[in-house]
Design a protein around this ligand. Structure first.
Ligand SMILES: Cc1cc2nc3c(=O)[nH]c(=O)nc-3n(C[C@H](O)[C@H](O)[C@H](O)COP(=O)(O)OP(=O)(O)OC[C@H]3O[C@@H](n4cnc5c(N)ncnc54)[C@H](O)[C@@H]3O)c2cc1C
Length: 409
């Protein structure tokens, strides 16, 4: 089969790209291994709500029209929202069509799937940034009678064995899951590494309102000081709860969650934590205050200081005097470990040498320069800080489709 462009993946990124390719009258097909919004259907836990408010899910051709712009979608609502978008875009779509290989062929590409092979001039990888859980190698040392699962497999506290739970990682997913497991009555120990603290609300406005208004979400990849670091940063430690409560470490401690440092080693059923908890928390507090300073400066410079509440600074993170440096898992009653240690993309089917030693694709703002006609979308800080958010794929798809159009000549 022949087409001009193959787009791999029918999440928001693939659909937004299809919208822009259609705008530019570029012939294409979207190949999806499951259903539209597959990841939102199958790799998220039951209680998850978006941490971005409804108004912020803007896609090319589709804004928010409901009566709850500041609300947070459930997963069912998110799937419906992406499905509605797919109906609007009406892409040339093949579902249940896993791509098994992409390779160069002449001045274009050959994309092999279980439904046949496509020859094309360009390929857009919109297959997701969060396909494979990054579980540290030391997980192999965890005693076999302690259950282990990743955030992609976790569903709800009730499906865990009774007893204690250790959640490893305190970004948005780890903090949200730690909170709900602790509330279910299972005592949680949270191993905290580097994290990005942020308040849900600041001066009466949502943190995402500030990120949007100040232009921080639109900050470009070629303007940011340390791009490698910006791309590696974890998500804000926030949740999309109706009451807009914080889920920072102070909130978790108040619920009874025990904070420990980074999980550093496992030996004979005992785990060791690094002694860096206090430093990591101080750093996160410092960076949060810097972010809030940026918001305040923007508000003052743009004359909106009087329209919002007065500035304030959250209480520093409370850390006990000597956090434990080790734990005997069985003695502490830990029955389950939830790995909330991040994800990476899966390019196992990409037969083109464009990956770095860590398996990340080498690209310049989504343009894979070593393989002309190959593009990638949806990765953290791909072209903008918001690139991996629903709100970010529209601008990226517009830019990359323009580049692609000029590549096609
Ligand atoms: C826990 C979690 C919470 C998040 N919360 C938010 C939030 O609140 N707000 C927000 O804006 N963003 C959020 N994100 C980030 C981001 O919006 C989602 O990860 C989103 O799913 C990314 O969309 P995407 O289109 O880039 O990739 P995906 O939604 O992952 O879509 C990629 C598609 O490609 C398909 N695919 C993969 N490999 C192949 C293959 N070989 N052949 C064919 N098809 C393939 C997959 O089945 C999938 O449907 C969250 C992410 C996570 C992990």
């Amino acid at each position: 089969m022949r087409t001009t462009v193959v787009v791999i993946g029918a999440g928001q990124a693939g659909l937004a790209m299809s919208w822009w390719l259609a705008e530019r009258s570029i012939d294409h097909v979207v190949l999806e291994r499951g259903e539209v919004a597959n990841t939102w259907r199958s790799e998220r836990w039951d209680s998850l709500t978006l941490l971005t408010p409804n108004w912020q899910s803007r896609l090319p051709g589709q804004g928010y029209e409901g009566d709850d712009p500041d609300g947070f979608r459930t997963m069912t609502e998110t799937v419906e929202f992406i499905e509605r978008y797919a109906t609007l875009v009406a892409p040339p779509l093949r579902t249940h069509c896993p791509v098994v290989s992409v390779r160069r062929a002449g001045d274009g590409y050959q994309v092999a799937t279980q439904q046949g092979t496509w020859q094309c001039r360009a390929v857009v990888l919109a297959a997701g940034a969060f396909n494979m859980a990054q579980v540290p190698a030391l997980s192999a040392e965890i005693p076999p009678d302690i259950a282990q699962l990743t955030t992609a497999r976790y569903r709800n506290p009730e499906s865990l064995e009774p007893g204690g739970v250790m959640v490893v990682g305190a970004a948005a997913s780890g903090a949200q899951i730690a909170e709900e497991i602790q509330r279910s009555g299972r005592p949680v120990t949270l191993a905290v590494g580097e994290h990005v603290r942020a308040p849900r609300m600041y001066r009466g406005r949502d943190v995402q309102w500030w990120m949007d208004a100040t232009g921080l979400n639109d900050e470009r990849y070629d303007q940011v000081e340390n791009l490698r670091r910006a791309r590696a940063l974890s998500s804000f430690q926030i949740a999309g709860h109706v009451d807009r409560r914080n889920i920072d470490l102070n909130a978790l401690t108040a619920l009874g969650v025990a904070l420990v440092g980074r999980l550093a080693a496992v030996r004979e059923g005992k785990v060791q934590f690094s002694g860096s908890l206090r430093n990591l928390c101080e750093l996160a507090d410092l960076k949060q205050n810097r972010l809030l300073n940026t918001f305040d400066e923007w508000a003052a410079a743009h004359g909106v200081g009087d329209e919002v509440d007065p500035p304030h600074r959250p209480e520093p993170t409370r850390v006990v005097a000597s956090p434990p440096l080790g734990l005997d898992l069985r003695r502490a009653g830990i029955r389950t470990i939830v790995w909330a240690t991040g994800f990476r993309p899966d390019y196992s089917w990409l037969d083109i040498a464009v990956l770095d030693p860590k398996g990340n694709i080498r690209h310049d703002g989504g343009v894979v320069t070593e393989a002309p006609g190959l593009y990638v979308m949806g990765l953290p800080f791909l072209r903008r800080r918001k690139s991996s958010l629903i709100d970010g794929v529209g601008d990226d798809a517009r830019d990359l489709s323009a580049h692609l159009a000029s590549h096609l000549g």
